[in-house]
Design a protein around this ligand. Sequence first.
Ligand SMILES: Cc1cc2nc3c(=O)[nH]c(=O)nc-3n(C[C@H](O)[C@H](O)[C@H](O)COP(=O)(O)O)c2cc1C
Length: 192
Amino acid sequence: MSVKILVFAGSLRKQSYNKQLAKVLANCAEKAGAEVTYVDLADFPMPIFNEDDEAENGIHENALKLKQMMNDSDGFLITSPEYNGSYSGLLKNTIDWASRQADGESVLQSFKNKYAAIFATSPGAFGGLRGLGQLRLLLSGIGTTVLADQVAIPKAAEAFDEQGLLVSEKRLQTLQRITTELVKTCNRMKLD
Ligand SMILES: Cc1cc2nc3c(=O)[nH]c(=O)nc-3n(C[C@H](O)[C@H](O)[C@H](O)COP(=O)(O)O)c2cc1C
């Protein structure tokens, strides 16, 4: 049984650097032998989470679709823009929706016993590093084990070429190493 990895970026922007990075990571995960699903969150729009709305209408249909993909996955590759020193509001809202317990699910089923590697890129000098510590804390708190290694890529405008591929071969090797570690970790846990 192959390891299933879900890949998504915390940006809706069409030309998002983080989406470019997510696609590079998806490719790395495929090379590591995983069955990979790349999701553009723009295809799963959700309102800002509101408990009144949820009480009236239930969990949003796009949240349910995303949760199903998460439940079917062993691990996540997540990239996030840094907004004001933190990960994006889109990512928080998506995770808030996905954390809700759907019918027939256990508590936090979409996150518990999952593994993740987290990444960021930004046009700035720190590459979104400040948001990653907070994203790690959030995911760890809801049951997802986050690999120690993470990467924040600065100067995003120069880091990717016109095809959205990474310019630096060395950086690509680092992403491949971390992604392979995620796939191997998920594989070990599946065998357990
Ligand atoms: C509201 C807002 C706040 C931002 N704050 C930061 C920041 O704290 N650090 C940073 O490196 N870039 C910051 N940026 C710039 C983003 O990193 C940049 O827009 C980036 O391209 C967004 O990611 P994306 O290309 O994946 O959409 C901010 C942008 C916006 C719109």
